[in-house]
Design a binder for this molecule. Structure first.
Ligand SMILES: [Zn+2]
Ligand SMILES: [Zn+2]
Length: 307
């Protein structure tokens, strides 16, 4: 633990905001370390097809809740929906163990307001490791500034999710355990168990999900192409877009953040948007904002000047 602390702190020491409450809050991140260590329990619980399938399904479902709802809906108001649908996806998003929707949206709005400037919570200009995970493990960013999300903070159910952000991850783990134990009794041929589903469906799925999401803060401001001359370092990155169901078109996004569609062209795969389009057809969401052709085609920078 001391070696880990030294490694982390030494990565932070040259940061301007280190002295400003940016130090790592070890008491609060012990669960985060435990989440990673828990994955190693796969050695004991083993693997089965059903466990891996559930891990992948929960990755995709929760990634959609994070990209389409935490990000495009809560943080950017890119479409409208009913209060029950808003709450349902806030619940699924909260099970992704990335804190509550108010905390997430407040920090993200701050990111857009000050992208790659001093007040950006997670710019890679303050260190790659900081932009990836140091920022949310610091004391400075533990609390959300609710003045940044006033229209969301008036919903008591969302404030509750923020206050008890551990509730949904625990509930998901319990449901997985009960499902696994049930399957072990009723379908022993599946070769699974309660703990096996907890390790695959919660621990492994969640760790991959968290780091894939965090790569948008770190890598998508470092590696990829810039189509638009935005005042930040955001990039478009095809691989990140696949991994995150569309969030990799991050330069497009910083150029026109209000759009629910982040892949601006047909070849820019944006699975979250395709699903939102479907939800709109089903009447579950409405007033979906996209980018106009005029805005999309304006102010593009030539490939030669990108480097
Ligand atoms: Zn960004
Ligand atoms: Zn955004």
């Amino acid at each position: 633990m001391r070696a880990l602390r030294y490694w982390f702190d030494s990565n932070l020491q040259d940061q301007q905001n280190y002295a400003d409450g940016a130090g790592i809050d070890w008491l609060r991140i012990i669960p985060f370390i435990g989440l990673h260590l828990g994955c190693f329990a796969v050695i004991w619980v083993g693997t089965s097809t059903v466990a891996v399938a559930i891990a992948i399904a929960l990755y995709l479902l929760r990634m959609f809740a994070i990209t389409a709802f935490y990000h495009r809906y809560f943080a950017h108001k890119a479409f409208k929906t009913s209060r029950p649908v808003q709450f349902l996806f806030a619940l699924i998003g909260a099970s992704a163990t990335q804190r509550g929707p108010l905390w997430w949206a407040a920090h993200h709005r701050q990111h857009h307001r000050h992208a790659d400037q001093k007040l950006d919570p997670h710019s890679p200009q303050q260190g790659f490791l900081w932009s990836h995970m140091g920022w949310f493990l610091s004391r400075k960013h533990f609390k959300a500034d609710l003045s940044l999300v006033p229209e969301l903070a008036r919903y008591p159910e969302l404030r509750w999710l923020d206050r008890y952000d551990i509730a949904l991850p625990v509930l998901l783990a319990v449901l997985l355990y009960l499902t696994g134990e049930g399957l072990a009794v009723w379908s022993p041929d599946l070769n699974t168990s309660g703990w096996q589903l907890v390790i695959w469906g919660y621990f492994i799925s969640t760790v991959v999900l968290i780091h894939a999401t965090l790569l948008i803060n770190s890598l998508a401001h470092r590696i990829g192409r810039r189509r638009y001359q935005t005042p930040d370092d955001s990039r478009n990155n095809f691989l990140l877009a696949l991994l995150t169901l569309g969030e990799g078109w991050h330069n497009n996004h910083h150029y026109h953040a209000a759009s629910a569609r982040q892949g601006f062209y047909w070849w820019e795969i944006d699975i979250s948007y395709y699903l939102l389009w479907l939800m709109q057809k089903l009447g579950l969401i409405w007033d979906v904002r996209t980018v106009s052709k005029q805005k999309r085609d304006a102010r593009q920078i030539s490939r030669e000047s990108v480097q």
